[in-house]
Design a protein around this ligand. Structure first.
Ligand SMILES: CC(C)(COP(=O)(O)OP(=O)(O)OC[C@H]1O[C@@H](n2cnc3c(N)ncnc32)[C@H](O)[C@@H]1OP(=O)(O)O)[C@@H](O)C(=O)NCCC(=O)NCCS
Length: 185
């Protein structure tokens, strides 16, 4: 039987480091990021989707690596004005290696991304997650995100999603965008 030092029944936690993605290290990390994220995705992203985020918002991508540099977890985000309205952060991808889940790694990565967006004056942070993804819903709701919309058959596999938003400033939820109303946004 495997024993653990932290009582989770899992193998002992390796020495973990939380680091910001560095575009100069694309050769070292991009393949590992794609592999980790695509394992649990309901739809595959092309390399251009990863580059879209990582070229423009490398400073909002955080990784957990072990002492040998192996990728254990990653969060990929962006931050831009939303329809000429609030400055909206967006958590595009989040994944932790299966054998390291349930130990707070994703929570810490998301908190780092949130802090990065807050430092850049974000008004709100949005994301979508599948309606039956309990770990993800628990994680985001504990951090204060609200389910703002149910998006019917949002993913290619037919699953529905919740849009979740964390409002960071008073009054942002009621601030009107200058664009016409679109139920998907
Ligand atoms: C979602 C995911 C990133 C969470 O990673 P993690 O490192 O295990 O998350 P944490 O340890 O920080 O735990 C987050 C919350 O989920 C809960 N949780 C973790 N695993 C769980 C499970 N199997 N069942 C129920 N709850 C679970 C934790 O208890 C914690 O909630 P709490 O703080 O209220 O106790 C991870 O499960 C994953 O990579 N899933 C596949 C990809 C994915 O679904 N990404 C999110 C899409 S938006």
């Amino acid at each position: 039987m495997t024993t653990s030092v932290d009582g989770t029944g899992k193998s002992p936690l390796p020495d973990l480091h939380y680091i910001q993605y560095d575009p100069d290290k694309e050769a070292q990390y991009l393949t590992a990021i794609r592999e980790l994220i695509s394992k649990d995705l309901s739809e595959p992203y092309s390399i251009y989707v990863y580059r879209y985020f990582l070229y423009q918002w490398a400073d909002l991508c955080y990784m957990t690596v072990d002492s040998s540099g192996e990728l254990i977890g990653v969060v990929v985000c962006k931050l831009e004005p939303h329809r000429d309205g609030p400055m909206r952060g967006y958590i595009a991808m989040l994944a932790v290696k299966k054998e390291h889940r349930g130990r707070g790694i994703a929570s810490k990565l998301v908190r780092m991304a949130m802090d990065g967006m807050i430092a850049k004056d974000a008004d709100e942070i949005a994301l979508e997650t599948e309606i039956d993804n309990i770990p993800s819903l628990k994680l985001y709701e504990r951090l204060g995100f609200l389910r703002t919309k149910r998006l019917h058959r949002y993913y290619l596999n037919g699953n529905s999603a919740y849009r979740m938003i964390l409002y960071l400033k008073d009054g942002v939820a009621s601030k009107q965008s200058q664009m016409p109303y679109d139920p998907l946004y």
